[in-house]
Design a protein around this ligand. Structure first.
Ligand code: ADP
Length: 447
């Protein structure tokens, strides 16, 4: 096992990683920008190293500075968390090349899944159902348009290197196609320095359902059930739950098995999430995330498994400590992403947190790096806390969530807690009857 791990991230996830390490007897090294000198992850870690100025490109994305921090502290493993360098195959390569262990999947798997076209082709060959669309990248505008006509509108143009919903354009009719293609290419080039795009059939009212997996590199891969992440705004997840109210046991087993078989073929190692759209009883692969996800705690709540601990063990060369038969799903869990933003205008709201009180009690977990007096820097993501609630049934979980949201106090800045409170009182949500556009339609009706 590692003696010392460097955590190449910040905020709540840096704390989450630190906690797992501490419980495993591993010493931690925090890295931070000058904007984060007072951050909780820096305060709690055994050691800390400042790696640059506030902009992420100069600090949390600064590979030479992170490696230098690993060297001077004598770290053995580097955990990238999510976001930042977590899905950067080059980073995984450099880390390993310098003799450290990258706590995550192999460089090769990150590379394949990071290119959405290659990912779709790879998983398609392995028997995972994919969204109908172009075979690969579309280059010729005329050919692409002909293909779109053949597939039938609506069509989604998506960026091969996409992430966070960028470079994605919906086309409802032929006359809009050329302009949308140019826009998708330009946006993708600007965001990812790659203008390859592909076409996909646009599904009108699907759910977003993802399967959590973990493999240990011996070909043994286990799934830990699904998460329903259909409540989204601007293609960003807002609330996640497990199990999905839309799946029955048969569908759950079926998709779990398909994913496990496919990923054991490629000897997948570490944590991963296979994302699907689900409509009319069918699953359609959209992408695979080769990292720890923001919403992993809902899976931890219903399985009782510490995913980060298991991920670290595997990176250190240990085999999986459980088999598929050992996984027992128990109860229901929901996660609310608490963001520093206005609950109706969504304008980010960095600044000083005057008062902070996190809810507690049975079945309530809050992952957050906030404290009273902390100043949230304007440079990073607006996610400031994750409220994760577990109950014996979905109904118990909803009652508990409502209670916990009522106790949550974050004063001094705007937060989206009122949005969550409002959302979970809606009949559609209470009945589990929602899809990926539900939240935007709901917000449209509110304004
Ligand atoms: P990104 O990596 O940019 O987040 P994804 O492929 O994961 O892109 O898609 C993000 C979201 O966009 C999905 O959760 C879903 O809401 C929507 N989406 C993606 N593909 C389709 C599709 N073919 N039809 C309808 N909606 C889609």
């Amino acid at each position: 096992m590692f003696d010392k791990v460097l955590i190449a991230n910040r905020g709540e996830i840096a704390l989450r990683l630190h906690r797992a390490c501490r419980e495993m007897g591993i010493r931690t090294v925090a890295v931070h920008s000058t904007a984060d000198s007072d951050a909780m992850h820096v305060r709690l870690a055994d050691e800390s190293v400042c790696i640059g100025p506030p902009p992420a490109v100069d600090s949390y994305l600064n590979i030479p500075a992170i490696l230098a921090a690993a060297e001077i502290t004598g770290s053995e493993g580097i955990h990238p968390g999510y976001g930042f360098l977590s899905e950067n195959a080059e980073f995984a390569h450099i880390v390993e090349e310098h003799g450290y262990t990258f706590i995550g999947p192999s460089e090769q798997h990150i590379r394949i899944m990071g290119d959405k076209i290659q990912a779709k082709q790879t998983v398609g060959k392995l028997g995972i159902p994919v969204v109908p669309g172009s075979d690969g990248a579309v280059t010729d505008g005329e050919e692409a348009r002909a293909l779109a006509e053949e597939m039938g509108y609506p069509i989604l143009i998506k960026a091969a290197s996409g992430g966070g919903g960028r470079g994605m354009k919906l086309v409802r009719q032929g006359s809009e196609f050329s302009a949308a293609l140019t826009a998708a290419r330009t946006e993708s080039k600007a965001a990812f320095n790659d203008d390859s795009v592909y076409l996909e059939k646009y599904l009108e009212r699907p759910r977003h359902i993802e399967v959590q997996v973990i493999g240990d590199g011996t070909g043994k891969v286990v799934h830990l059930g699904e998460r329903d992440c259909s409540l989204q705004r601007n293609n960003q997840k807002v609330l996640e739950e497990a199990p999905s109210p839309a799946l029955n046991e048969e569908a759950r087993q079926r998709i779990g098995q398909v994913v496990v078989e496919a990923l054991s073929h490629i000897n997948y190692t570490s944590l991963g999430t296979v994302e699907f759209l689900y409509e009319d009883g069918e699953f359609y692969f959209i992408e695979m995330n080769t990292r720890l996800q923001v919403e992993h705690p809902v899976t931890e709540a219903i399985t009782g498994i510490d995913l980060v601990r298991e991920q670290i063990r595997i990176a250190a060369g240990a085999p999986l400590s459980f088999s598929q038969e050992d996984i027992r799903f128990s109860g229901h869990a929901i996660e609310c992403r608490v963001n520093a933003e206005h609950p109706t205008t969504f304008v980010p709201s960095p600044g000083q947190v005057v008062d902070f009180h996190a809810p507690g009690g049975l079945g309530v977990r809050v992952d957050s790096a906030l404290y009273a007096g902390y100043r949230i820097p304007p440079n990073y993501d607006s996610l400031i806390a994750k409220l994760v609630v577990h109950g014996t049934t979905r109904n118990d979980c909803l009652m508990r969530l409502s209670r916990a949201l009522g106790e949550f106090v974050v004063d001094g800045i705007d937060v989206n807690i009122p949005l969550h409170t409002e959302m979970i009182q809606q009949q559609d949500f209470i009945q589990g009857d929602y899809h990926i556009h539900w939240l935007e339609e709901f917000l449209g009706r509110q304004s």
